[in-house]
Design a protein around this ligand. Structure first.
Ligand SMILES: Nc1ncnc2c1ncn2[C@@H]1O[C@H](COP(=O)(O)OP(=O)(O)OP(=O)(O)O)[C@@H](O)[C@H]1O
Ligand SMILES: [Mg+2]
Length: 132
């Protein structure tokens, strides 16, 4: 059972630190190579959104054991402006940042569980990858 980890996001370079941390964490939890990559990609996309749209935030990583299953839970939190139109933001090619608009829908597809809570107080994305 691994301890929780928290990575603070204050600038671009913190994204890479959080991505590498999540990669090592996922590997030490025994996830398959493909799953480790999916976890790292998820952190990359969500941490990039935090820096781009909310300027600062945190990535929490937890090792889960639930009803006989083992997995990794990621919680990416910020106190930015929130996602004004969440339904659109979850569709491919929707972007308010002149970007591809593939981050959130991509993460939703890659992970086993996916939830977004957002308001004018900030955004919290919670995802889980179960060990195969
Ligand atoms: N943490 C956040 N705070 C506020 N708005 C957000 C946040 N994350 C995403 N959004 C909004 O949701 C939209 C869709 O996000 P998504 O990551 O899918 O695409 P993108 O960041 O615009 O482009 P890409 O990730 O493909 O470069 C963003 O354009 C932005 O308007
Ligand atoms: Mg994005």
């Amino acid at each position: 059972m691994r301890e929780n980890e928290c990575y603070h996001l204050r600038g671009e370079t913190d994204i890479a630190t959080a991505v590498m941390g999540s990669y090592i964490y996922a590997r030490s939890c025994g996830l398959a190579q493909q799953q480790i990559s999916e976890v790292a990609t998820t952190v990359s996309e969500l941490a990039t959104n935090v820096i781009k749209y909310a300027f600062s935030g945190e990535v929490w990583i937890e090792h889960l054991f639930q009803s006989g299953r083992e997995g990794i839970k990621l919680t990416i939190i910020d106190r930015g402006p929130g996602i004004a139109d969440l339904q659109s933001a979850l569709q491919e090619h929707f972007s308010t940042g002149q970007s591809l608009g593939l981050g959130l829908p991509g993460v939703q597809r890659l992970m086993d569980e996916f939830a977004v809570e957002t308001s004018t107080e900030g955004t919290r994305v919670t995802v889980i990858k179960w060990r195969s």
